[in-house]
Write a protein that binds this ligand. Structure first.
Ligand SMILES: Nc1ncnc2c1ncn2[C@@H]1O[C@H](COP(=O)(O)OP(=O)(O)OP(=O)(O)O)[C@@H](O)[C@H]1O
Ligand SMILES: [Mg+2]
Length: 247
């Protein structure tokens, strides 16, 4: 089980209401794409789910229970746009992954677990001793994903994880995301400004405008028959928003 529910989530910074009563369910084992123009509140919604944005109203539930009360478990993990921000340049990538392992896996046969995680993201386990500088941007993003998976999350929040990558490696990372959902049964909130990318990976799509969800539904339906003028405009104006783009 791993359903993520946002209920009436409201975030204010001073007088600025950044999220205004957002209610959204990311169904178990599904990938919910979150789109909307810059500043609409997408990153803030993800941050709210991991306690990095202050809620002035509402709550976030994981399988019906408030996320904040789940103690030492880290069932929700985030992956960011810039993989360098989550990797210490002085540490080997293996070490970075080891640091994210749950307490009980921190002892003895760490090497096997690190190798398993590197293989999972299609990196050669022999590279565990490499520093991040020896990797390409796409490889670093794979390490960041492995690091997130090290915590054995049931939910992953991905915030523009392919935006900083060369177009040539974006596809491979997107395939990895689909694989994680299919094989590991992860539930994901997948934020991207690139609608073609969202169309490729997401099973469901939610559209944000000025701190509110204006539309949500299965990906095929939202793209084929957007229900709001805002979504129609977004589809028309964003890269890959037109009919039948590839990733
Ligand atoms: N810590 C903060 N303090 C004050 N204002 C903030 C803070 N974090 C975000 N905001 C404001 O909240 C609004 C939404 O920001 P957010 O980063 O969630 O948007 P976004 O949809 O992720 O945009 P982008 O597509 O550019 O990443 C913006 O107006 C931003 O300036
Ligand atoms: Mg953002």
């Amino acid at each position: 089980m791993s359903r993520l529910d946002f209920e009436d989530v409201t975030v204010r910074y001073g007088h600025h209401t950044v999220l205004d009563g957002v209610s959204l369910t990311v169904p178990e084992h599904q990938i919910m794409g979150l789109v909307g123009e810059s500043g609409s509140g997408k990153s803030t919604l993800a941050r709210a789910a991991v306690g990095l944005a202050p809620l002035s109203r509402g709550r976030v539930l994981l399988d019906g229970r408030p996320v904040q009360s789940q103690g030492r478990r880290r069932p929700i993990q985030m992956v960011f746009q810039d993989p360098s921000s989550s990797l210490d340049p002085r540490m080997s990538i293996g070490r970075s992954i080891a640091e994210a392992l749950p307490e009980r896996l921190r002892r003895a046969p760490q090497r096997a677990e690190i190798a398993r995680l590197l293989r999972l993201v299609h990196l050669d386990p022999d590279r565990a001793a490499d520093p991040p500088a020896r990797l390409s941007g796409g490889q670093r993003q794979r390490v960041a994903i492995a690091r997130a998976l090290a915590g054995r999350p049931t939910v992953v929040l991905a915030d523009e994880i392919t935006s900083a990558l060369d177009v040539s490696v974006q596809g491979a990372i997107l395939n990895l995301v689909r694989e994680m959902q299919r094989d590991s049964g992860l539930t994901m909130l997948f934020i991207s400004h690139n609608l073609a990318v969202v169309r490729y990976v997401a099973t469901h799509v939610a559209v944000m405008a000025a701190g509110r969800i204006v539309e949500q539904g299965p990906t095929d339906r939202v793209f084929a028959a957007p229900a709001t003028a805002y979504t129609r405009k977004l589809l028309a104006s964003m890269p890959g928003g037109g009919p039948r783009p590839g990733p």
